[in-house]
Design a protein around this ligand. Structure first.
Ligand SMILES: [Zn+2]
Length: 148
């Protein structure tokens, strides 16, 4: 059986979560009877690509929709060498200048220095609950559904 994760990261790349976050989130998830195996807050030294595992199967241009899978791999390697600090790209399809996080991933993926990692949840978190969590921790969030 595969492992499933709900990964919550700040919408804005590089933003860090406030302290004492874990108990606030746990309390809220308890209150809505959200079930999972474990939850942990992970912080990274550098900006890290927060992927959706097997759920990822296409990356498209956010302007014209062209498929960029192979090209994206190369840009990711280059950006990785900068610790994902430089994520600016110029797309080969329509010469749009954008950043790696703006491309259209078929499942949400993001870049972050921290994440809330929920292991084997029974379901994803509803948008209305994400909005409440955002208010509790004063940080806008992106939900990434990952399977490995
Ligand atoms: Zn394009």
């Amino acid at each position: 059986m595969s492992d499933n994760f709900v990964r919550l990261i700040p919408k804005k790349v590089g933003v860090m979560f406030p302290d004492l976050l874990e108990s606030l989130i746990e309390n809220y998830l308890d209150s809505i009877e959200y079930k999972y195996e474990t939850i942990r807050i992970v912080t990274f030294e550098d900006i890290t690509f927060i992927d959706c595992g097997e759920n990822l199967d296409s990356i498209r241009c956010n302007v014209c929709g062209a498929n960029l899978d192979g090209w994206w791999q190369e840009r990711m390697s280059e950006s990785y060498n900068s610790g994902f600090v430089d994520r600016t790209i110029k797309t080969p399809c329509c010469s749009s200048v954008t950043e790696l996080e703006n491309l259209k991933y078929n499942f949400n993926c993001g870049f972050s220095k921290c994440e809330i990692e929920i292991f084997n949840p029974l379901r994803k978190i509803e948008i209305s609950d994400i909005i409440k969590i955002e208010k509790i921790i004063n940080c806008q969030l992106m939900q990434i559904i990952a399977r490995y």
